[in-house]
Design a protein around this ligand. Structure first.
Ligand code: CA
Length: 663
């Protein structure tokens, strides 16, 4: 009997293998819900993939390959084997926008062999999720493919039409640009994420995941073609990637959504990163903090030591007292260490008017975290030389969050902020910080790609045109639409350190440059912009003027069990509701661009069996971002899941709401 079963099994497996071989030139996977399909073929000797949503083409046949020193990889290939598998597992992030995340996909591994020369072998791994598709190249070490250098990745994303794209131009530095909508053929060389609205009303976002030991992927479009081509950030010498140890590329990702809000709810990028590598995560604590910071940008204090020095023992103690009174997690202190005069920093030597042991003891006494700062002046090599000493110094004084900064056109004066050198440098800092139990807030980073799943001490990153531009930008500051766009672009790459929370709208130093929002919109940004480590950026003096409005900021968490998006249009408005990880209370933020509107917020995300008390921090009747930004009104009312709130938002206004269940 047993022999017979074995015999039948062998016949069955032979059939499976035969079927697989006979079908190898035309392979397909579909998303678990069946909506998205991905198919591969050989086109002119090259592997190509195409993607559809139902019967609608999303990506036309797009070629794949790598241009190497000494010749291309991926021309004249034959599919040797394909393998389709499924995966479905739910995991819990250490912190995030959801308590649990389902990683559910179908995978296709395509093993290829070149039909000439050394007959080199490589694979492309594809995945179809309910919220998009992803793929990566894998190239094991072999004869003719030892260490090698990539001159360009020849990955294509062939769209169907000259669709609208939101993107920022490629730059060697910080991604601190304004995302503007343009026809695909006019965007030129841009960073990812690139967010696209197609003529068939699909919303796509092209980016990457698990950027490890590789250069960031940018995209290039040319006139007359709807094909976006990858263009990796080069080394100063022109090569793109030196391949030695890491034998696979990052994942190339395309989120496919039916409405703008679903772009933000996609967790595909996190799913494509490696699971958490930090065993004990008890020291990783999401929090809201204040900082000795905005006063620098407003010209009221200085980073350097002198009569207006911000990081004096006296001033920092004031901030610690205020943070303790209002239950913040910590106080960021910039300008505490020597080196601001010439941007050559000493990471272990405080200015003489900043008493580190005394401040450290005071923080301990007040139960407030001290958030450290390492500005490197983009001198990454010098920072690496001093990294252990710098983190050991902070560890000694109880500092468990460090904001890093890389102000300077290029790292070490030569390398781009998004090239392979930078990627490896930032990774080294994050991994080293983890050994010292230090969380990282990386400014002037490479664009995030979901690494926080693997190293959850990477709390947040800048890589955005942040609030600081409203202090000194010559163009007058961020336009009202900025915060209605970047949650759909930069925000898709991960937690964003934008630093909302300005309560003062006068700029004495540069009167033409200012924060172009209402005060209520600043409150709403605390919910709209996701980051587990978020600064309430304004000065103590300004918060003291509006204690009732300030109460929203002090009660708003930074770690969530659920996120929903009741309404959103890219560049126009967005409403996000998030449920606190530690309680059943919901927090809602809704913002608009330069046009006033009525926010209609369906509360169907609330528990149907409960009634709630909503505290609504809205724009006042006369609020207007140009004329009267500080006009706001706070009211309370009972609500339930059947209700729809209708709340008027001023021009560049907003509303922030706390919705607490009744006992
Ligand atoms: Ca910056």
């Amino acid at each position: 009997m047993k022999k017979r079963i074995l015999f039948l099994l062998v016949i069955f497996l032979s059939c499976v293998i035969f079927f697989s071989l006979s079908q190898q030139k035309d392979k397909q996977i579909v998303s678990p819900n069946g909506n998205i399909s991905l198919q591969v073929n050989i086109v002119d000797g090259q592997l190509a993939y195409q993607v559809a949503y139902g019967s609608v083409s999303i990506i036309r046949p797009s070629r794949l390959g790598l241009k190497l020193v000494g010749g291309d990889l991926g021309t004249h290939v034959k599919i040797m084997r394909t393998q389709v598998t499924s995966f479905d597992k739910t995991w819990m992030p250490v912190w995030g926008e959801e308590e649990t995340i389902r990683n559910h996909y179908q995978q296709l591994v395509v093993d290829l062999e070149e039909q000439k020369g050394n007959h080199r072998k490589f694979s492309v791994i594809f995945r179809a999720y309910n919220d998009g598709i992803a793929f990566r190249y894998s190239y094991p070490r072999q004869k003719g493919l030892g260490d090698f250098t990539i001159l360009e990745e020849k990955t294509e994303f062939a769209l169907n039409e000259n669709d609208t794209c939101w993107s920022i131009p490629y730059s060697t530095k910080y991604y601190e640009g304004l995302f503007t909508p343009k026809p695909l053929q006019d965007i030129g060389w841009v960073s990812t994420p690139v967010t696209i609205k197609t003529k068939q009303n699909f919303y796509l976002a092209i980016h990457e995941a698990d950027l490890t030991d590789y250069a960031a992927m940018n995209l290039f479009a040319s006139k007359g073609s709807n094909v976006l081509k990858s263009r990796l950030t080069p080394w100063s010498t022109g090569e793109r990637v030196k391949v030695t140890k890491t034998r696979k590329t990052p994942w190339r990702t395309v989120i496919i959504a039916r409405c703008p809000g679903d772009l933000i709810l996609s967790r595909m990028m996190l799913n494509l990163n490696e699971p958490n590598k930090i065993k004990d995560t008890s020291w990783i604590t999401p929090q809201r903090y204040i900082g000795v910071w905005w006063a620098y940008h407003m010209g009221k204090k200085t980073w350097t030591m002198g009569p207006k020095h911000g990081a004096t023992t006296y001033n920092v103690k004031r901030y610690i007292d205020f943070a303790a009174k209002h239950h913040f997690g910590g106080v960021l202190v910039e300008g505490w260490n020597e080196g601001w005069e010439d941007f050559k920093f000493n990471y272990t030597k405080a200015y003489s008017d900043f008493d580190m042991p005394e401040i450290s003891a005071y923080c301990k006494q007040k139960k407030i975290g001290l958030i450290g700062h390492h500005e490197t002046g983009a001198n990454a090599a010098d920072y690496e030389d001093n990294l252990d000493a710098a983190f050991a110094y902070y560890q000694k004084y109880g500092v468990n969050v460090v904001k890093t900064g890389y102000v300077g056109e290029r790292l070490n004066g030569i390398e781009s902020h998004s090239g392979q050198y930078a990627v490896n440098h930032y990774r080294k800092v994050i991994e080293t910080a983890a050994r010292y139990h230090i969380m990282i807030d990386n400014h002037e980073p490479v664009m995030p790609t979901g690494l926080q799943r693997t190293f959850p001490n990477l709390m947040t990153q800048e890589g955005v045109r942040g609030q600081e531009w409203n202090a000194w930008s010559l163009d007058g500051g961020n336009p009202p639409s900025h915060t209605c766009i970047f949650p759909f672009t930069r925000g898709l790459a991960g937690p964003t350190d934008f630093t909302p929370g300005v309560f003062s709208f006068v700029n004495e130093k540069m009167p033409q440059t200012k924060v172009s929002t209402t005060l209520a919109k600043q409150l709403a940004l605390s919910v709209v912009i996701y980051t587990p480590l978020q600064m309430a950026c304004d000065m103590i003096e300004h918060y003291k003027q509006y204690p009732d409005a300030f109460s929203f900021i002090t009660s708003c968490p930074t770690n969530w069990s659920k996120t929903v998006i009741p309404e959103a249009q890219i560049g126009k408005y967005i409403t996000i509701a998030r449920r606190d990880i530690a309680s059943p209370t919901w927090y809602v933020g809704s913002i608009t661009n330069e046009k006033a509107r009525i926010s209609r917020i369906k509360l169907d995300f609330l528990d149907k069996k409960k009634t709630y008390e909503a505290t609504i921090y809205a724009d006042g009747l006369n609020a207007d971002y140009q004329e009267n930004p500080t006009d706001y009104a706070i009211q309370q009312r009972m609500v339930c899941s059947a209700d729809t709130l209708q709340i008027p938002l001023a021009r560049s206004g907003g509303v922030a709401i706390i919705i607490k269940p009744n006992k």
